[in-house]
Design a binder for this molecule. Structure first.
Ligand code: ATP
Length: 587
C-alpha cells in the first residue's frame, strides 16, 4: 500500500462517495470534481460551521450573487489585466504547465509566483527543467502571462462579454451602494457569501486542491480605517504559528510561535484587522478538524501579493510534506470600492457624520459660459467640469493668471478671471469616505480535503486491519449508523423505527442491514460516522441498544428512550462518550 496519504484519501474518496472526477463517462475533464453523497454532506457541514462562525457569530449578513458578471466589473477590479498565472508550454507534446510551480518543485523557492517572469525563464534554463509529461527540455521556451478567467457571451452574439467570477468577492463589492443601505449607512459592517468561483487553472492538480470550479466562503468586512478597531481582546490569547516574510527570506528561516496579542505588540502582525481574523480562523480550523500540528499562517512576500492586497497572510496546512493554502486573509484597503466608484456611475462611498459640524474652506468655480462657449465650442461643458474638479483637488493652480485643464487628451488654457474661482467658508456635517475592506477568503474544497487527510487513520481491530476517519461529529456526513443485529424476529423493523425517530430529532442517520455486523461497522468507520447503534434481542426485551464509538470501538448500552438526547449531546459536544460509559460500568 502507498505511503502517500493524499493517494489513499483520493482512493477512499472515490470508493466511498466523497468526491471523484466529473464526467467520467466522457473521459473526464481535468479540474472538475463531483462531491458524492458523503462528500456533499461533509462539504455542507463545513459551510454551515463557517457560516456559524463568520456570519452568525460575527453579526454579518450573507448574500447570494450571480456567478456570471459583465466585463466592466472585471475591468474595474483589475482581473482582466492582472489575474494571470505563468504559463510555459512544452514544444514537443504541447502540454501546458505553471512555470512557477515547476521552479518551486525543483528549487528551495516556496513561492515562485513572486519572482519576475524573466527570472523564472532563467531558472528554467539554469536548473535544466523538463516537461513533466514527456521529459523534453523547457529551456528557452517563453513564459507567458495567462489570464485565468473563463469568458462567455451574455445573450446571443458577442456584443456583451461576460466572465465567470474568479472570486465571490466582486459579487459583494459591486452591490456596495445597496448593501450599505441595508447596513443603515453605518460602518463597520460585514457581508459574507458562500458560492462557486471559477478559474481556468493552467494545470489543475492534487485532486480537489486545485480545480477549475470550486466553492469559496468569503467575508468582506467594510471598515472606517480612521476609527474602527477590531475586538482584538477576544482573540489575543489564541496561539498561532506564524511564518513571516522576513523569516521566509532567510536561509534557515523559522516559525514564530506566539499569540495573536503578542504578534501585534511585537510588530509581526502589523494590521490589527488581519490579526483579528487570524485569531478567529485558527480555532475555527481546529473546530472542523484540521490538525494544528500541520497548520500555519504564512505572510505573502511583497511580489506575491494580489493586485489589490495591502497585506496578506495565508492559512496553510500540510499533507505528505507539502504545504498548501487553505485561505487568504487580506487587507484590501479601499482598492475595490474606489475602482468601482471610478468605473461605474454609482457612488461607492459612505457619508460619515461628524460628531460636531465643522467649518471648512471650499474652493468653487462658476465658469463664465458666455466666454467658454464661443472660445471652446463643443468642449465648453467638459472644460467647465474639469475646472470644477481642479478646484476641488488643488486650488493652488488658480493662483496665477491662467489655469490649464485637460479634456480628452487636449490641453485648454482658461484665464482665471473667467473661471469664477472663489474660496468660501462652509459648514459641513460630515464627509463622504471610501471604506476599507478586510477579507478572509476561504476555499471550502481544500478544507474538506485537509479534514479527511488529517482524520485518516489505520489500526487493527480484532486482528483485522481497519481504516477510519476520525472526523469531528459536527462535520461527519453521518452521525449515527443504525443496524439490526439480524434481519429476524422484528429486529429490522425496530431498527427502522429507531432510525426514523433519530432523524425526527435532527440527526443524520444511515440504516444498514446488509452483511455481517463487523463489515457494517467498517463501512461507517471509513466514512467517519462517530457512533453506531445496534438493535438486538435485548432491545426487544429490555428496550436498550448498544452504542459503539468509532475511535475506541468501545460499546455501551443506552435506553432507547434516552437515545436521541444522548446522541444529540454527543454530536454538539455537550456530552462525552465516557459519560455514557460510566453508568454501564457501574452496573
Ligand atoms: P493559489 O495560490 O493556491 O492558487 P490563490 O492565492 O490564488 O491560491 P485566493 O485568490 O486567495 O487563492 O483564493 C482564496 C481561496 O480560494 C484559496 O485560499 C483557496 O482555498 C481557494 N482556491 C483558490 N483557487 C482555487 C482552486 N483553483 N481550486 C480550489 N480552491 C481554490
Amino acid at each position: 500500500m502507498t505511503e502517500d496519504i493524499g493517494e489513499r484519501v483520493v482512493e477512499l474518496a472515490k470508493r466511498r462517495g466523497f468526491f471523484f472526477q466529473s464526467n467520467g463517462a466522457y473521459g473526464g475533464v481535468s479540474g472538475f470534481y463531483t462531491y458524492g453523497p458523503q462528500g456533499a454532506t461533509l462539504k455542507s457541514n463545513v459551510e454551515n460551521a463557517w457560516r456559524d462562525r463568520f456570519a452568525v457569530q460575527e453579526g454579518h449578513q450573507e448574500i447570494d450573487a450571480p456567478t456570471v458578471m459583465p466585463e466592466p466589473v472585471f475591468e474595474a477590479s483589475g482581473h482582466l489585466d492582472g489575474f494571470d498565472d505563468m504559463l510555459v508550454e512544452c514544444p514537443e507534446c504541447g502540454e501546458s504547465h505553471r512555470a512557477d510551480h515547476l521552479v518551486e518543485d525543483a528549487t528551495d523557492i516556496e513561492d515562485a509566483e513572486a519572482v519576475p517572469i524573466s527570472e523564472v525563464e532563467e531558472m528554467i534554463a539554469e536548473h535544466d527543467l523538463v516537461c513533466p509529461n514527456c521529459g523534453t527540455e523547457l529551456a528557452g521556451e517563453p513564459v507567458q502571462d495567462f489570464n485565468l478567467m473563463f469568458e462567455t457571451n451574455i445573450g446571443p452574439g458577442s456584443s456583451q462579454p461576460g466572465y465567470l467570477r474568479p472570486e465571490t468577492a466582486q459579487g459583494i463589492f459591486v452591490e456596495f451602494p445597496r448593501l450599505k443601505e441595508y447596513a443603515r449607512n453605518q460602518l463597520p459592517f460585514g457581508v459574507t457569501q458562500i458560492g462557486k468561483a471559477y478559474r481556468n487553472e493552467i494545470s489543475p492538480r492534487n485532486s480537489i486542491i486545485r480545480v477549475r470550479e470550486f466553492t469559496q466562503a468569503e467575508l468582506e468586512h467594510f471598515i472606517d480605517p480612521e476609527e474602527d478597531e477590531p475586538p482584538l481582546e477576544r482573540v489575543e490569547d489564541v496561539e498561532v504559528t506564524l511564518y513571516p516574510a522576513s523569516e521566509q527570506n532567510k536561509e534557515n528561516g523559522d516559525y514564530v510561535e506566539t499569540t495573536v496579542g503578542d504578534a501585534v505588540e511585537d510588530g509581526i502582525l502589523t494590521n490589527e484587522w488581519v490579526a483579528y481574523y487570524l485569531g478567529v480562523a485558527k480555532p475555527w480550523y481546529e473546530r472542523v478538524g484540521v490538525d494544528m500540528d500541520r497548520f500555519r499562517f504564512r505572510q505573502h512576500l511583497p511580489g506575491e501579493r494580489a493586485h489589490y492586497a495591502a497585506d496578506c497572510w495565508d492559512a496553510e496546512s500540510e499533507i505528505d510534506g507539502d504545504w498548501f493554502e487553505l485561505a487568504g486573509l487580506a487587507y484590501r484597503s479601499d482598492y475595490d470600492l474606489s475602482k468601482h466608484g471610478e468605473y461605474s456611475d454609482e457612488e461607492f462611498t459612505l457619508f460619515k457624520q461628524y460628531d460636531e459640524p465643522k467649518t471648512v474652506e471650499r474652493a468653487t468655480v462658476d465658469p463664465d459660459m458666455s466666454y467658454l462657449g464661443p472660445e471652446f465650442g463643443g468642449q465648453a461643458g467638459e472644460i467647465a467640469d474639469a475646472l470644477e474638479t481642479k478646484a476641488e483637488r488643488d486650488r493652488t493652480v488658480f493662483d496665477g493668471d491662467t489655469v490649464s485643464v485637460e479634456v480628452d487628451g487636449d490641453e485648454y488654457v482658461v484665464p482665471v478671471e473667467r473661471t469664477g474661482f472663489a474660496v468660501e467658508e462652509v459648514t459641513e456635517s460630515g464627509e463622504h469616505i471610501t471604506p476599507h475592506v478586510v477579507e478572509p477568503s476561504f476555499g471550502v474544497g481544500r478544507v474538506v480535503y485537509t479534514v479527511i487527510a488529517h482524520a485518516y487513520r489505520e489500526d487493527e481491530v480484532d486482528g483485522e486491519e481497519r481504516t477510519y476517519l476520525e472526523l469531528d461529529a459536527e462535520v461527519a456526513p453521518t452521525t449515527v449508523g443504525v443496524f439490526p443485529l439480524m434481519d429476524k424476529d422484528g429486529m429490522a423493523e425496530r431498527a427502522r423505527e429507531i432510525a426514523a425517530e433519530l432523524r425526527e430529532n435532527g440527526l443524520d442517520v444511515t440504516y444498514d442491514d446488509s452483511g455481517a455486523i463487523g463489515r457494517r461497522y467498517r463501512r461507517q468507520d471509513e466514512v467517519g460516522t462517530p457512533f453506531c447503534v445496534t438493535v438486538d434481542y435485548e432491545t426487544l426485551e429490555e428496550g436498550t441498544v448498544t452504542v459503539r464509538e468509532r475511535d475506541t470501538t468501545e460499546q455501551t448500552r443506552v435506553d432507547v428512550d434516552e437515545l436521541a438526547e444522548s446522541l444529540a449531546g454527543l454530536r454538539n459536544g455537550g456530552r462525552t462518550f465516557d459519560e455514557l460509559l460510566a453508568p454501564a460500568d457501574a452496573e
